[in-house]
Design a protein around this ligand. Structure first.
Ligand SMILES: Cc1cc2nc3c(=O)[nH]c(=O)nc-3n(C[C@H](O)[C@H](O)[C@H](O)COP(=O)(O)OP(=O)(O)OC[C@H]3O[C@@H](n4cnc5c(N)ncnc54)[C@H](O)[C@@H]3O)c2cc1C
Ligand code: FES
Length: 260
């Protein structure tokens, strides 16, 4: 869908001091892993993953990181924004034992995925990590579902210090999994990758996006020229294995390479 829709913000939930979830009463028809482009009519348009979607509403979970997201944080219920989408590839809905590895604000799209996996009869384990508890989201939401759930922070403010990759490795040692999913900072997925040699997996990549419809080329990834807004943001193992720039560099707004 390339048509733009103007929507009222139906509800806002403050997840932490720097993360909020925005709800919209609109049937988006999205699949887990897809994203929307959103503008507040005041300049710029930015991509956000869909954290949940059904026939009545959908939501996105936003971390305040810069000018656009700070402006979004000033919005109130009843204010209007404009969106287009959903765009991009979506996660494969596996059966069997599945492990989901989330990092920071990358975790919310895994919530939408979890619900679809459970509907499909999968047995779900989720590990959710963040730098501090200010970046750790959706703990309560996951704990309400029938699954195995663990969270951890690098700061150790909730007990033991560590990363979601540490927890994922413990899960992989303990149990056999049929499919692995990850969403979060690219360096988190890069450090998880060596442990997944013998697994089928999908990673959700976030790269700088402008058009979101495959025209501008800003989101291409070497050496395949894959456009993350069309062929991604969810990429399977057979593609990730071939990416030479994975975890090495990404591109800024001008298309210039920036090292991680
Ligand atoms: C597929 C996809 C899904 C995303 N999902 C979420 C989400 O669910 N929640 C969330 O909080 N953020 C998400 N992001 C990132 C979000 O788009 C940026 O945080 C946001 O655009 C920052 O804008 P800003 O002006 O506040 O910050 P800026 O100061 O402009 O930038 C801060 C950081 O955000 C990145 N960024 C800025 N503009 C873009 C852009 N057009 N495309 C991609 N990255 C950008 C920059 O590289 C920089 O690292 C997603 C990005 C992509 C590509
Ligand atoms: S953002 Fe323009 S091609 Fe992907």
């Amino acid at each position: 869908m390339d048509k733009r829709v103007t929507l009222k913000i139906a509800k806002i939930i403050k997840e932490t001091d720097t993360i909020k979830t925005f709800f919209f009463e609109h049937e988006l028809g999205a699949k887990p892993g897809q994203f929307i482009m959103l503008t507040d009519f005041e300049g710029g348009e930015k991509p956000f993953s869909i954290a949940d979607s059904n026939s009545q509403e959908f939501c996105i979970t936003v971390k305040k990181v810069g000018e656009f997201t700070a402006r979004l944080f000033t919005k109130k219920e009843g204010d209007y924004v404009s969106i287009r989408g959903p765009y991009g590839s979506s996660f494969f809905i596996s059966a069997g034992n599945v492990l989901l590895v989330g990092g920071g604000y990358g975790t919310p799209p895994l919530y939408f995925l979890t619900k679809k996996l459970l509907e499909n009869g999968a047995k779900v384990s989720v590990v959710n990590g963040a730098k501090t508890k200010d970046d750790l989201v959706f703990c309560d939401k996951f704990q309400k579902l029938e699954l195995e759930y663990k969270n951890i922070t690098q700061s150790g403010c909730l007990g033991r210090a560590g990363t979601s990759v540490d927890l994922a490795c413990e899960c992989l040692r303990r149990k056999k999994y049929d499919f692995i999913y990850a969403a979060g900072p690219e360096m988190m997925m890069k450090s998880l990758y060596p442990y997944l040699e013998n697994y089928q997996f999908e990673f959700l990549f976030e790269r700088y996006m402008k058009c979101a419809i495959g025209i501008c080329g800003n989101c291409t990834i070497d050496p395949l020229g894959i456009r993350l807004c069309v062929e991604g943001p969810v990429l399977p193992k057979k593609i990730v294995d071939k990416l030479t720039e994975f975890g090495k560099y990404h591109r800024d707004a001008t298309g210039k390479r920036v090292k991680f």
